[in-house]
Design a protein around this ligand. Structure first.
Ligand SMILES: [Zn+2]
Ligand SMILES: [Zn+2]
Length: 455
């Protein structure tokens, strides 16, 4: 029946009534907050005639019509293939896009979709790559062509509230209107071989939010409910819930190897490398060496628990850095590290990983860069008996479960450190969409490893 509202200064909408509505006595009626705007939608009016004997529901209908009129477009951060062009633009372009809506008659798949009100969205390395038009050109363009449109809404890391749910969403996934959710950025098919055997992170037919399907850099987004993850803000603060996707990348990477008692190197200390430092420590690594080309990132890595840091100079060579190799030997009594996490991506960093890992050790390859790589003396990797792992995305939902537990446990300090050292307690790292400008974003992305957008 909805909430009961007992006070309404209302009339029927006829001119005479509108002019004089403040004089009418209160009427009792039942209404419901509209899911999107929080404004009132009337379900049932007890007194259907106004004091002037006009039909009483007109005025109330007027409210609802206005509502629909004002909500047909929303601001979003986008890339448009026609208006912006890949070669002729950079950054995210703020423009008005159509307000998403569930329409099960027109789109039968909407029975399994939700409309989300986005609260926070994370800007990640992939988004920075798109900002500079360095990654995913083909995928964005091909998928837009397939969808027969030119604008891609960007963004894939989010936390939001469900404001509308397709008719089968609760049945299948237990998600309801009002739930707070984050979710996996990989929209997997659920039908292919890998999906059916529980390896959805390597689904054969997946879309990625903000790349091959519209993302979440907008106040409202329509998303498939399948890979949503319910969150509880009393366990994990909303700003950090918006980072569960990249945090999960680090959890997934760490889950590939045994870390108890191990000496570990983390190559590349952007946010996911930073999370890896935190997790490796929690999972029992005894020596963590953080490596990066930015001093600021290494300072953060230290605050997060890295035992040693190594600052690399930026080079054009693809070969392993002899200085790094020597330093790792010193730190490991000439053995090399047991496990290396390659979280950066460049060719040289992969060669560094292969070089600094001890014989019989393990290398987790997570950093992604387009193009051909050269690995000098590849046979060394075999002769050394290395084990290599490629890691993509997150295991759905094993990784999410582990992430939630690691962040919820207040005694391990992980959530607090992410908030304090990576998000800097929100100081200057959380930018409202309303104040978006290209210049401001460029500046904030240069100043901070991680920034969030607030909607
Ligand atoms: Zn991301
Ligand atoms: Zn699949």
């Amino acid at each position: 029946m909805g909430e009961e509202f007992s006070v309404l200064q209302g009339g029927c909408g006829k001119q005479a009534c509108l002019r004089r509505r403040a004089e009418y006595p209160a009427q009792k009626f039942y209404g419901q907050r509209h899911a999107i705007t929080g404004r009132l939608v009337v379900l049932f009016v007890l007194r259907t005639t106004c004091p002037e004997l006009h039909e009483g529901q007109f005025y109330l209908r007027l409210i609802y019509d206005n509502l629909k009129k004002t909500m047909n477009s929303i601001s979003a951060l986008t890339y448009d293939v026609k208006e912006d062009g890949w070669e002729t633009s950079t950054g995210f372009i703020k423009r008005e896009v159509t307000m998403p809506a569930l329409d099960e008659k027109a789109n039968p798949k909407d029975v399994l979709a939700v409309l989300l009100e986005i609260q926070y969205a994370g800007v990640c390395g992939t988004d920075r790559g798109i900002w500079n038009r360095q990654v995913f050109k083909e995928l964005i363009h091909q998928t837009l062509e397939r969808e027969n449109k030119s604008t891609r809404i960007l963004g894939h890391e989010f936390v939001g509230r469900v404001v509308e749910a397709g008719s089968q969403v609760e049945n299948l996934y237990g998600i309801r209107v009002g739930d707070n959710v984050s979710g996996d950025s990989h929209v997997t098919c659920g039908r292919c071989f890998q999906c059916r055997v529980g390896e959805e992170e390597v689904c054969q037919d997946q879309a990625i939010l903000g790349i091959s399907t519209d993302g979440i850099f907008s106040k409202y987004a329509k998303i498939s409910a399948k890979n949503l993850w319910q969150v509880d803000f009393s366990r994990i603060r909303p700003e950090i819930c918006a980072m569960l996707d990249p945090f999960g990348n680090a959890v997934h990477s760490c889950s590939k190897v045994e870390l108890r008692g191990k000496r570990v190197a983390v190559l590349g200390c952007g946010p996911i490398g930073m999370f890896t430092v935190l997790l490796a420590r929690a999972f029992g690594a005894v020596k963590i060496v953080a490596v990066d080309i930015l001093e600021a990132n290494l300072n953060t890595a230290k605050e997060l628990g890295a035992h040693e840091v190594v600052l690399l100079r930026k080079r054009d060579d693809i070969e392993a850095d002899p200085g790094l190799l020597q330093r790792i030997r010193e730190l490991t009594y000439d053995k090399g590290v047991d496990v290396t996490f390659e979280m950066a991506g460049p060719n040289a960093s992969v060669n560094n990983a292969l070089a600094i890992t001890r014989g019989g050790g393990e290398v987790v390859l997570f950093g992604l860069k387009d193009g051909d790589f050269v690995i000098p003396e590849f046979k060394d990797a075999i002769v050394k008996g290395l084990t290599l792992y490629g890691v993509i995305g997150r295991q759905i939902f094993q990784t999410w479960q582990t992430s939630q537990r690691m962040l919820s446990d207040k005694t391990n300090g992980i959530q607090e450190k992410v908030w304090k050292h990576i998000l800097k307690e929100g100081r200057d790292t959380i930018i409202p969409l309303d104040s978006y400008s290209k210049e401001l974003f460029e500046q904030k992305m240069a100043e901070h490893a991680k920034i969030l957008i607030k909607f």
